[in-house]
Design a protein around this ligand. Structure first.
Ligand code: BG6
Length: 495
């Protein structure tokens, strides 16, 4: 892969995603010397900014607030800002695309972007299809050089809508040109999973159902739905987090070693995991798929309102803001090993981590008289702490035989000076150099919906859930705890 020059057109150029993630990521890449020298960025928006007012009102505050390189603003803001252009149009105005084409051609003639074009769809999902169609109809694609399209989640609402969206995309772009974002794949520790697994003799031999008792994956947030009630109330936690981020984590934990590190070799192994997921029928959904919705409660010492009173949320909404799932991967490596997943809004902590609990040794020695023997755990901390640790049992120092759990702990971002790049930096960089490894291929999206759709359908058939069923600030409804307690297990919470 090469870092070619190109023009990067951002639809939704004044929106939340662009301001919070894309401009800060581009700026950080710029400061660190990772942007191609002639990259031009075109922010497309409906509002009437001039290049200068866009700079002052959108770009500057975005970088000041969200960039981890904000301290470098004095030196780098000016040269960075000259790369950015603002282009005003309504994305439903065909004439706007014709003008945009002229504008891109002018920039291409003036600069060194060689006719390469990246289109980034940072707009609401209902606009994806129409924008793609207009790009094609008004001749913005095919580009004179190479072309790529970056598409944000959600990729559809279920399998039929995802299939339709994919069909529309494929009319203008080939599969290799489509970069489907799952920003979890850009996170440092998630990229680290394969390294930990396949570069350490310690782990690979025991990474299977002979030694692993179960896997827990938690992605918890303290925030509510913020300003996204309109979207979220139609999606819910299952579609918003499980279909994409959590199942992607499952694939990375469970996949077989790929034949090489080539993009398609890795994706081939990931999709096999998704295809091996044991489907949940209605009976299994009742037992193993727990949903919850938060009521009022306390987060960080502050009372917060119930989900049903959030902006743009129906007052009698039955949308889930919490999901806990027990799933199985029906293949030789994992048969019989439960994977417990949970995610939710308004939980006690912001934390994402993956825990592998190993099977316990036979309980026949004298240890238990000297303290509780804890299972061995391998914990991969994704955020906010980044690192990995192993929990072992060891003797407490002194003239006794007490056994205590100890940790071999590597904390990547505890060290002063470690400031990991953000997910979007890595992902944008990979789009520019044409490496789609950290993006989801269509068959992965498809297999994930095939697993998730029956759960939504079973929930819909169950009728009205008793919501709210957990107070903000709790770890979801009691049923989420019971899911593990019934299996004589527990969530490892207080890590
Ligand atoms: C997004 C979801 O994909 O991920 C949001 O749509 C969620 O609802 C977010 O808040 C969580 O991302 P992160 O990086 O903060 O774990």
């Amino acid at each position: 892969d090469r870092l070619d020059n190109s023009l990067l057109v951002i639809f939704g150029g004044t929106g939340d995603l662009a301001r919070r993630k894309l401009y800060p990521a581009l700026f950080n890449l710029f400061v660190d010397g990772f942007l191609p020298p002639a990259l031009g960025v075109i922010a497309v928006g409906r509002r009437g900014f001039t290049r200068d007012s866009f700079r002052q009102e959108i770009l500057l505050p975005s970088l000041e607030t969200f960039s981890r390189r904000a301290a470098s603003m004095d030196a780098y803001f000016e040269p960075f800002a000259t790369r950015l252009h603002y282009f005003r149009t309504d994305i439903y105005d065909p004439e706007g695309y014709t003008r945009l084409e002229q504008f891109l051609v002018e920039l291409e003639e003036a600069g060194g972007s060689r006719g390469n074009r990246i289109f980034y769809l940072a707009v609401a999902p209902e606009h994806f299809g129409p924008v793609i169609r207009s790009l094609k109809e008004t001749g913005l694609v095919p580009a004179r050089g190479w072309q790529r399209v970056v598409i944000e989640k959600p990729f559809g609402h279920d399998l039929p809508s995802a299939t339709e969206l994919n069909r529309q995309l494929r009319e203008a772009f080939s599969e290799e040109e489509i970069y489907r974002i799952d920003h979890y794949l850009g996170k440092e520790m998630i990229q680290n999973i394969m390294v930990i697994r396949f570069a350490n003799t310690f782990f690979e031999p025991v990474w299977n159902n002979k030694y692993i008792d179960h896997v827990q994956i938690t992605s918890a947030e303290t925030v509510g739905v913020e300003n996204r009630g309109g979207y979220y109330d139609r999606a819910g936690a299952l579609r918003d987090m499980v279909q994409n981020h959590l199942l992607q984590l499952v694939t990375l934990v469970a996949m077989e070693p790929p034949a090489s590190l080539a993009t398609e070799a890795i994706r081939d192994e990931k999709v096999k995991v998704l295809r091996s997921l044991k489907p949940l029928d209605a009976a299994a959904v009742s037992k193993n798929a727990i949903r919850g919705q938060y009521g009022a409660g306390e987060i960080d010492g502050q009372m917060v309102p119930p989900y049903r009173q959030e902006k743009e949320v129906a007052p009698d909404s039955t949308t889930e803001t919490f999901v806990a799932l027990k799933l199985f991967i029906d293949n030789f490596r994992w048969a019989g090993v439960p994977f417990y997943l949970r995610t939710g809004k308004r939980l006690p902590l912001k934390v994402t981590e993956i825990i592998l609990q190993f099977k316990s040794l036979p309980d026949i020695l004298y240890f238990k008289e000297y303290g509780e023997l804890r299972p061995n755990l391998l914990v991969i901390r994704v955020q906010p702490l980044e690192g990995v640790y192993v929990q072992l049992n060891a003797k407490r120092p002194g003239n006794n035989n007490y056994i205590v759990p100890i940790r071999l702990d590597f904390c990547q971002n505890c060290e002063v000076g470690v400031n990991s790049p953000e997910a979007y930096e890595r992902l944008l960089y990979d789009v520019m150099r044409g490496d789609p490894t950290l993006f989801t291929r269509w068959d992965e999206v498809e297999a994930a919906w095939k697993f998730v759709d029956p759960i939504s359908a079973a929930w819909a058939a169950q009728g009205q859930p008793q919501f709210p069923n957990y107070a903000a600030g709790q770890w979801g409804p009691p049923a989420a705890q019971r899911l593990l307690i019934c299996d004589a297990r527990r969530w490892w919470e207080e890590n």
